[in-house]
Design a protein around this ligand. Structure first.
Ligand SMILES: C[S@@+](CC[C@H](N)C(=O)[O-])C[C@H]1O[C@@H](n2cnc3c(N)ncnc32)[C@H](O)[C@@H]1O
Length: 309
């Protein structure tokens, strides 16, 4: 496991195709031997030749940043406003803030939401990221922004939730549910470690998606499923060409399963988070219909009030 992780990080740093280090080791070549790099001299590309700077660090992943980075780094990232995200601001308004609270963040990507949660006063943000390139980008951001209370973990958040970890005051599952092969399991596991859950997700809507020429072909089939007593339908979604971009930020398989909006909300209720507020309804979203919700266990509000005196 650790060997595999090191291979992954090494592959990322050397810009080798994923698994190349493992393949070399299987063929008998030592990863520490001078002949290890796939292309002669490729290791030299890993050296910076100018004085240390934020730019140097960001350029390790040049062309792969999705987020618009905060000033003064803002000329180097992508376009998505993940460091100043209205969805997180809405979440903070819904839950009354996170001052002094523990937060579990699923799939931090580049640490934008993580940094917003720290700035909002969370006592601890555990952010679990499975994509090695995204994880390393998070570490760069952590260093550049001097984040103190965010702990980025490299691994699969479903496996993390299966451990199970300790409880959290809030779980943030933004942009991850529709990347799961078993989204109901994720909701079940998250509901088991918190009384408060935020989700932003795409969902399956037959009428909307079948009318979208660019998206309809990505959903070739559907199947009835059951998990934890919740019966539902899973619509297979295939990433296809999106997998060709090194900055790809979906799930760890070539496909995932989408659910209908009604069944997502029904599922959250089924696992006990029955007080639900919805927002950001976007049936015409470029990547497919999407919405957000904040869900809590009914007695969670009373308990928070009692704790606050
Ligand atoms: C679409 S991005 C969402 C990023 C951010 N949370 C947001 O809302 O903008 C999905 C992120 O989840 C990560 N991810 C997907 N499946 C994962 C898993 N099973 N465990 C950990 N991270 C995962 C991806 O690598 C990516 O960083």
């Amino acid at each position: 496991m650790i060997r595999k992780t090191i291979d992954r990080i090494r592959s990322s740093l050397l810009h080798l195709p994923m698994g190349a280090a493992a393949r070399r080791r299987a063929s008998g070549a030592s990863v520490d031997s001078p002949s290890a790099p796939a292309a002669p001299g490729a290791i030299l590309d890993c050296y910076a030749s100018s004085a240390p700077s934020a730019r140097n660090a960001l350029e390790i992943f040049k062309g792969e940043w999705s987020s618009k980075l905060p000033e003064p780094l803002d000329d180097q990232g992508g376009k998505a406003l993940l460091f100043d995200d209205k969805r997180v601001k809405w979440l903070l308004a819904q839950c009354g803030g996170v001052e002094g609270e523990s937060v579990l963040e699923l799939g931090p990507l580049e640490g934008g939401h993580s940094s917003m949660l720290e700035r909002a006063g969370a006592s601890e943000v555990i952010a679990v990221e499975a994509n090695s390139r995204a994880f390393l980008k998070c570490l760069i951001i952590k260093e550049l922004l001097r984040l103190q209370r965010v702990n980025f973990l490299y691994g699969d958040f479903v496996e993390y939730l299966r451990l199970p970890p300790s409880r959290f005051d809030l779980v943030v599952a933004c942009g991850v549910l529709y990347h799961m092969r078993n989204p109901v399991e994720l909701i079940a596991l998250a509901s088991a470690v918190t009384d408060r859950l935020f989700v932003w997700t795409h969902y399956y809507d037959e009428a909307i998606l079948s009318a979208r020429e660019d998206l309809a072909g990505k959903f070739p089939s559907h199947v009835k499923a059951e998990y934890g007593g919740f019966v539902h339908t899973l619509y297979r979604q295939e990433y296809r060409a999106a997998l060709d971009w090194a900055g790809f930020c979906g799930g760890g398989h070539a496909d995932s399963a989408w659910m209908s909006r009604d069944e997502i909300l029904g599922c959250v209720r089924h696992f006990g988070l029955t007080e639900i507020e919805t927002a950001f309804e976007a049936p015409d979203h470029v990547n497919g219909p999407s919405f957000a919700f904040f869900a809590r266990r009914p007695d969670a509000r009373a308990e928070a009030g009692a704790a606050g005196g």
